[in-house]
Design a protein around this ligand. Structure first.
Ligand code: AMP
Ligand code: ZN
Length: 136
């Protein structure tokens, strides 16, 4: 993908503040951090989003997120972290090369990923189940 900025960063064509690198992944600091230490985990092989990942890459990315999050707790003093993969424009994805945000959370910091809990009826839940299950 010649015009993909995360292909270029992940493969070292464009420099980045690299937290971790191996043959398949690069993890680097987000340029617009939601909190101190906000890191992106990016596979070197292009996939537009989570729907294009193979099982091995997806599994390794999630394990790596856990390792980096633990390192953030030890190294930065955060007490938790969010692991987020925005998928699609409506979900806030702006770069269409799969990446996982690892966002450190601090006891005195604001909540970054939250929503107001909604509700639904038994009928609505049944319809929703049918819609998702029949499309799997
Ligand atoms: P998303 O909105 O989930 O697609 O996330 C894209 C993220 O990439 C945003 O948090 C941006 O701040 C970050 N970003 C964009 N360009 C760069 C870059 N060159 N280096 C590091 N982070 C970047
Ligand atoms: Zn790419």
């Amino acid at each position: 993908m010649d015009d993909c900025i995360f292909c270029k960063i992940a493969n070292g064509v464009i420099p980045s503040a690299t937290v971790y690198e191996d043959e398949e992944f690069r993890a680097f600091l987000d340029l617009g951090p939601a909190s101190k230490g906000h890191t992106l985990i990016v596979p070197k092989k292009h996939a537009k989003d989570v729907t294009e990942l193979d099982q091995e890459t997806a599994g390794k990315a999630l394990v790596l997120a856990g390792k980096i999050g633990e390192a953030m707790k030890k190294g930065l003093g955060c007490t938790g972290f969010n692991v987020v993969a925005n998928t699609g424009v409506s979900a806030g994805q702006t770069i269409f090369h799969f990446h996982m945000h690892v966002i450190p959370r601090y006891d005195d910091g604001e909540k970054i990923v939250e929503w107001v809990p909604g509700s639904n009826t038994d009928e609505e839940r049944a319809e929703i189940l049918d819609a998702i299950r029949s499309a799997l």
